[in-house]
Structures are given as structure tokens and as C-alpha cells.
Design a protein around this ligand. Sequence first.
Ligand SMILES: Nc1nc(=O)c2c([nH]1)NC[C@@H]1CN(c3ccc(C(=O)N[C@@H](CCC(=O)O)C(=O)O)cc3)C=[N+]21
Length: 283
Amino acid sequence: MGKILDGKALANLLGENLKEKVKNLKAEGITPHFCVINIGDDTASKIYVRSKKRKAEKLGIIQDIYQMPADTKQQEVLDLIDKLNTDPEINGLMVQMPTPEQISADELLARIDPNKDVDSLTPANVGRLWLKDHFVEPATAEGIMALLKHYEIPLNGKNVVIIGRSNIVGKPLAALMLEKNATITIAHSKTQNLASLTKRADVIVSATGEPCLIKADMVKDGVIVVDVGINRVNGKLVGDVDFDAVKEKASYITPVPGGVGPLTVQFLMEAVVNLTRRQNGRK
Ligand SMILES: Nc1nc(=O)c2c([nH]1)NC[C@@H]1CN(c3ccc(C(=O)N[C@@H](CCC(=O)O)C(=O)O)cc3)C=[N+]21
């Protein structure tokens, strides 16, 4: 039976260190301050925005929430981003995904000052990520790397199958894992015979939003499974993995909830603090 990769515990542990870091900055008169722009009334988004707010408060970071109506015009959001980009009080900003139909998220992201790009989703920072001189990394990908490192799971030469090619998870995770000399396969909704790929994988990362996509007969014994899926099924939160069955074959597996999710929030806060330090000429 597989060992649980306890993301929640690691997030709490790292949170204690970050709290100290924030305290030290505050002693120098610097308080990290970031903004979340949430457009529309996606239920899940509201939950995430609130959980970020809670974490920020715990750490002593200021978080402003700009809640904009579902029919907000693109230009209004661009104007807000411009204002926050140039406000010296603001160290970071992010646009909560998904955005409503009339909004071009790509255009919004491109407008964010890369120096304030908490999510690391601006074109400049995506480029830096693949060129190895990055100063921010997307939080979920970074959280997964931290989790594997904490449990001393090496990636050198390992076959990793990432399912999901999103800009926010799959693609940046591939970049970070390549840096650790893993061999990466990115599978997605058009991939044929997914099981033939996952059966050969040493590490499987699933980020699709499809409950029970990964079943026990699709994985080899001793596999390491990282479940990034967040799905609500009959009022219950589940990942992409058939957890109870797959954990019998896995050597390590993340639970949902309590796996990758809390680390995402932790590393968003790390990004805020790192950007704040950088803007103030630290490290
Ligand atoms: N610009 C942007 N950046 C993001 O980082 C971003 C986003 N948009 N849109 C949505 C996704 C999703 N996301 C999560 C954050 C926290 C949990 C989390 O805390 N999960 C808890 C459970 C939370 C619950 O109970 O609902 C857990 O897995 O244990 C999950 C998912 C950030 N995202």
C-alpha cells in the first residue's frame, strides 16, 4: 500500500517558515501586498479566492480582492491591471481562472507586469521558465516539485507522464521536471491509448478534471501518483485518480483534498513574498 504524500502537512510546515520571512520583512517596513482579480461568479473560484485570503491573513500578507461582475468589459479589467501595475504599494497581482466568455484571459495575462506576476503566466515569465533563468514559477508546478523533493523522490532519468497540457499546470511542470532530468510525456484529451503510456510511467501526474480517469489497471506496481484534479462528485471532493484502488499499487500517492491544493496556495504566497523581496532589492 502506498505512502501518502501529505501536501497539507508540507504546506503548513513551509507556511511557518514563510511567516517568519514576512515578519522579518515587516520589521524592515515592507509588507507584501497583492491583488486577486476575480471576474464573474464561478463557485469554485470564490472558494479558492477565500482560501487564499485566509492563508494570506495567517502569514501577514495583505490581499485585496477585486470582485468584478460577470458582464465586465475587457477594457475595464485592462484598466485595473494598468492601475495595479503602476501602483508602488502593490507587489503582485493575479487574474483568477476561468474568466467569462467575453474576456480574453491571454490578453489580460500579457498586460500584467512580469515583475508582479504572481502566477508566472505572463509571456515573459513563461519564456524565462523554459530558459532556466526564472524568478517566479507557477505555484502548482512548484508545489509538486517541493512535495517530491520533501519525500526525497528523485526524478533523474525517470519516465514521467503528465496528463493535461494547460498553461497553468501541465506545461510549466514539464519545464521544471526537465530541469531535473526526467523524461516527460505530456498526454491530453486527444492522446490515443493513454493506458499504454501510464503503464510504463514511473511518475504519473494527472491534471484533467476527469474523476476516476486513472484506474488501478493503468499503472505499474510502485508508481508514484500526483493527483492535481479537483472534482466535486455528489458533494464530495475527488481527484482524477481512483484513489482507493490505485493506492494499493502505488509507492506514493497524493490525496484529494490535502495533496496538491494546499501547496498551490502556499506557493502563490511564496511568489508574492519573493516578488516583494525582489522589488525591494533583496536576494
Ligand atoms: N490564476 C489562477 N491561479 C491559480 O492558481 C488557480 C486559478 N487561477 N484558478 C483555479 C485553480 C485551482 N486552484 C486551487 C487552489 C487551492 C486549492 C485547495 O486549497 N484545495 C484544497 C481543498 C479546497 C476545498 O475544499 O475546496 C485541497 O485540495 O486540499 C485547490 C485548487 C488554484 N487555481
